[in-house]
Design a protein around this ligand. Structure first.
Ligand code: EPU
Length: 384
């Protein structure tokens, strides 16, 4: 559904009377509760649907086979307190799934997968030069970026075409072409399973870092329901990252604006990264490792073409893709698990790979890079 229709839908949903939520209600205990959690037709939380023994294959961009004992789709975030008040869920292993673009299942999930399917975006506060824009967790990230551009907001253009949903963006602080999403996040609304309430976490509370955040460090505690962005209407374009300026020149754009930068980024990504719609993958499988500058200098002296960037006085980031390519993994394929021949950081499911096969290949890469360069590559996706 296009975003303008979704906005209308959310407005209608908000106007409609909502069933009273009564988290203190204790009707959900005991055998009746067990029965409802194992009987989709008796599962009765508004805005939530239950599927037993659900396939997760089409719910992650790796498209590896995996099943969840229970899958609960949540279309209304105000259902979460009632949902998590269930004794069964309190005891269960919960995994929250968004667009599935940063997750590798190496086995079935024995507990409950909660899939956020909430929709809606609106301008909560227009301040002229900028605005607070609220977006539901289940919205598609790329649709949101293009909606924001169409509304005249700038800032997110370098993050166009990143797969996944809006609620996943803060988890790993998505980034591309010299921009990280944290710069534009004002607050993140979450359901906190520890306090059992909806909370607003400020940008500082989210403790963002390179491909990292509070949410990644405390897995299972927070369910992100909505992200509040602070989006400027004018913003200095970032076109210095390798390739962006050149792409704009190739597009014959003399005076680029945010929309032109987004088009350039889309073209670059389509050329450089395998499309998850066509071939299973989760983007970069490893983070670029951050090492002590002395180590980076020593490696640089031995391998002058190793790309590296100083990130602080003491630390430098190395190109994981270069390290992997140097160990001859680029383009390698074992059965249906492989390393992209377009980009060495991207692991691929050519069709029938299992998550375990992909993970075994990832571990082989880790070992080879440690042996040769003494650097441990950390996976970027969540490996289950
Ligand atoms: N390189 C290689 N071999 C390759 C690809 C790249 O040696 O196969 C070297 C090149 O020298 C290149 C350098 O690595 O100049 C950097 O490559 P690139 O610009 O593609 O960036 P990256 O550091 O490999 C990061 C993000 C990507 C993001 C790009 C562009 C991480 C882990 N990855 O990749 O994000 O799209 O920058 O900004 O930080 C993702 O997180 O899933 C992702 C795709």
């Amino acid at each position: 559904m296009p975003l303008h229709e979704q906005r209308r839908a959310i407005a209608n949903a908000e106007a409609a009377p909502r069933p009273a939520l009564s988290p203190k209600r204790k009707v959900l205990e005991g055998e009746g509760n067990e029965l409802r959690m194992n009987d989709p037709s008796a599962f009765d939380i508004p805005g939530c649907t239950l599927t037993l023994n659900a396939s997760l294959r089409e719910r992650t961009t790796f498209r590896v086979p995996a099943r969840a004992a229970r899958l609960i789709e949540v279309a209304r975030s105000d259902a979460l307190p009632q949902l998590f008040a269930r004794d069964e869920l309190a005891r269960d292993d919960i995994l929250v799934l968004g667009g599935g673009s940063n997750m590798l299942f190496t086995h079935d999930w024995p507990g409950t997968v909660v899939a956020m399917a909430t929709r809606g975006v609106d301008i909560a506060e227009d301040r002229g030069d900028n605005a607070i824009v609220r977006c539901a967790a289940g919205e598609n990230w790329n649709d949101f970026v293009h909606w924001a551009l169409a509304q005249g907001f700038a800032g997110l253009e370098n993050l166009a075409l990143i797969p996944g949903c809006v609620g996943a963006a803060p988890i790993q602080n998505i980034g591309a072409y010299g921009v990280e999403v944290k710069e534009f996040i004002n607050a993140v609304e979450v359901y906190d399973r520890r306090t059992r309430s909806i909370e607003h976490l400020s940008r500082d509370q989210c403790a963002f870092a390179y491909r990292d955040s509070l949410f990644k460090r405390e897995p299972g505690r927070y369910v992100i329901t909505q992200v509040n962005f602070l989006l400027p209407r004018t913003h200095a374009l970032r076109i210095d990252y390798a390739g962006v300026r050149e792409e704009l020149a190739a597009m014959q754009v003399a005076t680029p604006d945010a929309r032109a930068v987004a088009r350039a980024v889309v073209r670059l990504r389509m050329r450089k990264l395998p499309d998850p719609v066509v071939v299973g993958n989760a983007g970069s499988f490893f983070k670029n490792p951050v090492v002590e500058s002395t180590k980076a200098d020593a490696l640089g002296a031995k391998h002058p073409d190793l790309p590296r960037w100083q990130v602080s006085d003491m630390l430098a980031k190395l190109s994981a893709a270069w390290l992997i390519e140097s160990c001859n993994f680029k383009g390698l394929r074992e059965k249906d698990a492989g390393v992209s021949n377009q980009h060495a950081l991207v692991l691929i499911n050519y069709g029938n790979a299992t998550g375990a096969q992909i993970w075994a290949l990832a571990q082989r890469i880790q070992h080879a890079v440690v042996e040769r360069f003494g650097v441990l590559l950390e996976p970027e996706p969540i490996v289950v």
